[in-house]
Design a protein around this ligand. Structure first.
Ligand code: PLP
Length: 274
């Protein structure tokens, strides 16, 4: 998996006793050179990537690297789990096509979720893969029992899609969240100029580096200033990324975001910096 990845994916892999190998990332996502190097000593069953507006970094895997990744997966015989829950939430730059476009390779499973585009409480998502892969999944006992996953909610969501409601909701979300990203960007640049970050083009997250600061300590201080953040170490399979942190724009409006950044600035001031 990418070194800096969704912290709950890390937990889930630990629950299943998986041996995780981390691959370096940069502004254009997974570093292919590092993957090739790792494949000299490891034979993975799969790679888990969040290719678009990544959690936590906001980075998007370039088209070029997507193509390389698919051909490497074919060559080495592993699957790509592309977790693409932010694919539709683009505000300022259209991302490359989803990995759905590469399912004919038979090495790709593209995952989507209604959590970010409709409602997280639905607990409904989708999987897009070649029929040879889907056949195996459909035949498993868990899906056979109960006639499938969540059929009642699926029927409701189907009618939301068919009525055009989902599309309308996504377009509204893109407006609302795009404005929140702008607000957070301006507040951060105005109040915390020492933070190093790239403005995300979509998704929920700002991934910031505060060189020399321990963000776990900042998280504790921030709590007493009534503002939340997630320390970078939570997103590392190597206990690294200690001066990084993730902020989210998904819940609060623009004014609240500005207030949150001011509180964060005050929390930072109360720390002994580098
Ligand atoms: C990359 C990624 N995958 C999956 C999820 C969770 O999705 P769901 O609510 O469908 O379980 C999240 C939520 O934060 C996420 O960021």
């Amino acid at each position: 998996m990418e070194e800096r990845s969704y912290f709950l994916a890390l937990r889930i892999f630990a629950d299943h006793g998986l041996h995780v190998v981390s691959i370096q990332t940069d502004e254009a996502g997974l570093v292919i050179k590092d993957l090739i190097q790792a494949l000299k000593t490891h034979r993975p069953k799969f790679i888990y990537v969040i290719p678009t507006f990544q959690n936590p970094s906001g980075a998007t895997l370039s088209q070029d690297r997507r193509e390389q990744l698919v051909s490497i997966a074919q060559e080495h015989g592993f699957l790509i789990f592309a977790d693409e829950v932010y694919q539709f939430l683009n505000y300022t730059k259209t991302p490359p096509k989803s990995f759905s476009a590469a399912i004919d390779s038979k090495h790709v499973i593209s995952l989507g979720s209604f959590s970010k585009i409709l409602a997280p409480g639905l607990r409904l998502g989708w999987m897009h893969a070649h029929s040879s892969i889907l056949k195996k999944i459909i035949a498993c006992g868990t899906l056979d029992s109960g006639g499938g996953m969540n059929p009642f909610t699926s029927a409701i969501v189907r009618s939301v899609i068919e009525s055009g409601g989902l599309e309308k909701n996504i377009s509204n979300l893109v407006d609302v969240l795009g404005n929140r990203v702008k607000a957070m960007d301006e507040s951060l640049r105005g109040h915390i100029p020492r933070a190093v970050f790239t403005t995300p083009h979509g998704g929920y997250f700002f991934w910031l580096r505060l060189p020399g600061f321990d963000t776990q300590e900042l998280q504790r201080k921030a709590q007493s200033h009534q503002v939340g953040l997630r320390a970078g170490i939570r997103f590392s399979s190597q206990s690294g990324l200690r001066d990084y942190m993730r902020l989210s724009v998904s819940f609060y409006d623009e004014n609240e975001i500005e207030e949150g950044i001011v509180r964060l600035k005050n929390a930072l001031r109360s720390m002994s910096g580098p």
